[in-house]
Design a protein around this ligand. Structure first.
Ligand code: ATP
Ligand code: MN
Length: 462
């Protein structure tokens, strides 16, 4: 006798084969002679209908435990269903309650719950339709990401989560310390980090890029896919304090190659989800973000719009839209500007290149105009920036000058500079925010609802 998941069962031919199914009761209906259980086991959105003939199966001792949320094991025969919306149902022979679920207190009632409420019960929300569908799509995306890179000869590299190098910069890092916070050792009034665990100041990584560059400049094409931490105080629907980032780095690659790969990669992982998560995607299209399927199908077929930052600013200035943040050459594009460009002006994913060097990181390659760098951001509707990337500065003298320009401690970057001293090569890469990708594909509005256990400013439950 086989032990199958519901996803497999509902696609089988019904020829009275016997099987045991395990799952959680979504609903129970008692109509005296016959009872019905809608059973879900998390393998797919569909429930399996269990039909219990009371003349055949004695429910006397367990019927009060057949409530929403209870876990059961049911043995029975798979038969054709009279209902058109489901191909098969299970004709029960035995029903065993493994874990009852008192209905007076079970928080997941049959009605729709708000996503805010579900965040408070993150231990139960995977049992809802929406959240389980998000998790299956998230899984498919993660598989597709590995698949794309593995098929294209990229090595999967693990970069460190704890970093003790100052190079990652940006003041939004979480510190890692074992120093006693109530009695911090001081030396001339400043903290004596030589007494700390690593003998120096350490933090959680905000990006694996710099280490990724080391590996790319030896191995060719690499990618990382791991957790990333940013102490963002902003309470937005697209920022987390802990999120996952995909960061490929390609040697002997310039900004154009970078854009080509990023575009092909995005289309590949979207196609994979469209092909492999049909049921879940139809659910999102119907209940979460109507029209999403068509948007995604269109994106896979289209070519992304490619414009420069200067052109983007011109478009924004031309428009009659009232923006909260004033538009002028030199500003960092805000989410409202990004969304306007991708949703209203082009109605297409947009790649913006050649940003002013003042608003971008020191490692981006300078253009000959001396004002802009070879950065490229990819913007998509509803989200705005989903990818940030660039060609890296590979000239030792220019890179050193850039570090000094930005008042960064040149000595700390000795190894990063040596990559340019010994066998430097053009190289480029990008970072894709994994949760933003899940958000984009599913249409979920809040980034906290596409990760199992969100960590954000003021919140680290479960
Ligand atoms: P933003 O301007 O949207 O805050 P960023 O420019 O700081 O993003 P990058 O440093 O370019 O982000 O990181 C690469 C990608 O990582 C971004 O394009 C985005 O998809 C994702 N990302 C960045 N910060 C976060 C965050 N706090 N939570 C989730 N994803 C993030
Ligand atoms: Mn960015």
């Amino acid at each position: 006798m086989k032990n199958l998941r519901i996803k497999q069962i509902i696609s089988m031919k019904a020829d009275n084969q016997e099987m045991t199914v395990h799952g959680w009761i979504r609903s129970f209906r008692d109509s005296k002679a016959v009872c019905f259980i809608a059973l879900n086991d998390g393998s797919c959105l569909s429930n399996l209908q269990i039909v219990i003939d009371r003349d055949k199966v004695d429910l006397t001792n367990i019927i009060s435990d057949l409530t929403t949320g209870a876990s059961v094991a049911v043995t029975g025969q798979l038969v054709a269903s009279p209902k058109p919306e489901q191909p098969v149902e299970l004709d029960a022979q035995t029903v065993q309650v493994l874990g009852p679920s008192p209905s007076e207190t079970y928080p997941l009632q049959k009605k729709r719950h708000s996503f805010e409420f579900l965040r408070e019960i993150a231990h139960l929300r995977p049992r809802t339709n929406t959240f389980s569908a998000v998790m299956r799509v998230r899984n498919a995306l993660s598989f597709a990401i590995h698949h794309y890179f593995q098929e294209h000869g990229f090595l999967y590299i693990q970069t460190p989560i704890i970093t003790a190098s100052d190079c990652e910069g940006a003041g939004e890092m979480f510190q890692v310390t074992t120093l006693p916070l109530d009695n911090i050792p001081k030396e001339n009034n400043s903290i004596d980090f030589s007494k700390d665990f690593f003998g120096k100041k350490a933090s959680l990584t905000v990006s694996g890029q710099l280490e990724g560059e080391i590996m790319a400049l030896a191995l060719g094409n690499i990618y990382t896919f791991g957790p990333t931490f940013r102490a963002e105080h902003s309470n937005t629907s697209r920022h987390l304090a802990e999120f996952w980032m995909v960061e490929p780095e390609m040697a002997f690659c310039d900004i154009n190659g970078d854009m080509d790969i990023a575009e092909e990669f995005l289309k590949y992982i979207i196609s994979h989800v469209l092909e492999n998560c049909e049921e879940d995607m139809a659910f999102f299209d119907k209940w979460v973000d109507p029209g999403k399927l068509e948007v995604l199908q269109q994106i896979v077929k289209s070519s992304f719009t490619r414009i420069t930052y200067t052109q983007a600013i011109e478009e924004l200035l031309k428009s009659k839209e009232k923006f909260e943040f004033k538009v002028e050459w030199g500003i960092d594009l805000q989410s409202e500007h990004e969304k306007f460009l991708t949703e209203k002006v082009y109605n297409n994913p947009v790649i913006i290149t050649d940003y002013p060097k003042q608003i971008k990181a020191f490692y981006m390659k300078q253009n000959d105009d001396g004002k802009t760098v070879r950065a490229m951001d990819i913007l998509v509707p509803r989200i705005g920036e989903i990818i940030g990337g660039s060609e890296r500065e590979d000239r030792l003298d220019v890179l050193t000058a850039r570090l000094k320009d930005q008042n960064l401690p040149v000595e700390e970057y000795w190894w990063y500079l040596e990559l340019r001293k010994y066998g430097s090569a053009p190289h480029a890469g990008f970072g894709l925010g994994f949760e933003r990708m899940v958000q984009f594909v599913t249409g979920m509005q809040n980034i906290r609802d596409v990760i199992p256990f969100p960590r954000a400013y003021g919140s680290a439950e479960f």
